[in-house]
Design a protein around this ligand. Structure first.
Ligand code: DAH
Length: 329
């Protein structure tokens, strides 16, 4: 039979082939595009006997024919009635699933990813650590011994015999990391923290913090200022930034940082030079090394960017709220 006629005949057969079951589907595939004796496959093999000119033309035609077969397969498997859920028809895990909708990132995850990227760009490494902490890592090693008044500022979820807490801040990561790593270190960590607070529009018993710290020889307060300014400008664009002197037990000197937003100063984070007592608690010689640390509230940043008034909306899981965010803010 002439090549042309063969092609015509195959086309007819493809068209008339009725695929009703997955068994039919397999036969169909085998008959036309099967590797061993598929009709189209065989024609491809014969193509070498044709003249160079014709080879090109027929190659094109055969590829079209192959596409036609695949289209028919696709059409059949996507018909809902093809795999009626029940009896006798085996489940084929190789058929692609159907998505009704692809989800979007949670607004807090978007900020998290952005902050990680900002700090990766200046040589920080990212780590995550436990949410259940012991008293030493959450308080004492950070210069907050038992009975220290600053423990009162963070009402706490104690676990068991009060030796364990749900971490009240991510600063505990500093202790965990410095215990097992020698300077220089540049670390960022983001995660959940917990405080025994009444839930309202501006406070929650669970929220997220980012913690960063850098320890090396000769780290100074100007390194801290420059790093924070870089971070804030990367997140908010060129907003005015203000450092206000403050107090944290684990840093000396300490500062709180405000950004100028909607005609007012809004506090967004705390920072300072790591207190020598803290370095001593993790066996780092404060005569040789110095470092800075900072802590940021993730919800606060997101609230400012998106003008959100109520922190609870982040945790309600209302899709009408969550669907509005895209990762390019
Ligand atoms: N841990 C502090 C808090 O939860 C935030 C903080 C302030 C972290 C100053 C720091 C820092 O690392 O240096 O309120």
């Amino acid at each position: 039979m002439m090549y042309d006629q063969k092609i015509k005949k195959i086309k007819e057969e493809i068209k008339n082939f009725k695929i009703k079951t997955s068994q039919d589907l397999e036969t169909f595939k085998g008959q036309f595009i099967g590797r061993k004796k598929g009709m189209i496959t065989e024609l491809f093999k014969e193509i070498k006997n044709l003249s160079l000119e014709k080879r090109k033309d027929y190659g094109k035609i055969l590829n079209e024919l192959k596409k036609y077969v695949k289209k028919k397969i696709n059409h059949v498997v996507h018909k809902k009635s093809f795999f009626p859920s029940s009896k006798g028809i085996e489940f084929d895990p190789t058929i692609p699933g159907e998505y009704s909708e692809i989800g979007s990132m949670h607004p807090l995850s978007i900020i998290k990813e952005r902050i990680i990227e900002i700090f990766m760009n200046i040589g920080f490494s990212y780590i995550e650590d436990r949410e259940m902490e012991d008293d030493w890592h959450n308080f004492t090693a950070l210069n907050i011994p038992p009975l220290h008044p600053s423990r009162d500022m963070q009402d706490t979820f104690f676990l068991g015999e009060k030796n364990f807490v749900l971490r009240t801040h991510t600063s505990s990561v500093q202790i965990r990391y410095m215990k097992t790593h020698n300077p220089p270190v540049r670390i960022l960590s983001i995660g959940k923290v917990y405080r025994n607070e009444t839930v309202s529009s501006h406070s929650h018993f669970m929220f997220h913090q980012a913690e960063g710290f850098y320890i090396d020889k000769n780290v100074s307060f100007s390194d801290l200022k420059h790093t924070i300014q870089y971070m804030i400008h990367s997140i908010f664009g060129k907003k005015k930034v203000r450092f206000r002197s403050s107090y944290f037990p684990f840093t000396e000197p300490s500062a709180e940082i405000d950004v100028f937003h909607n005609n007012e100063w809004i506090e967004i984070m705390g920072c300072g030079m790591i207190d020598p007592h803290v370095l001593k608690n993790v066996n780092i010689d404060s005569e040789v090394y110095s470092g800075f640390a900072f802590g940021i509230g993730i919800e606060r940043i997101s609230c400012i960017i998106h003008q959100i008034q109520d922190i609870r909306t982040y945790f309600d899981n209302d899709l009408r709220f969550l669907r509005q965010f895209t990762s390019d803010f």
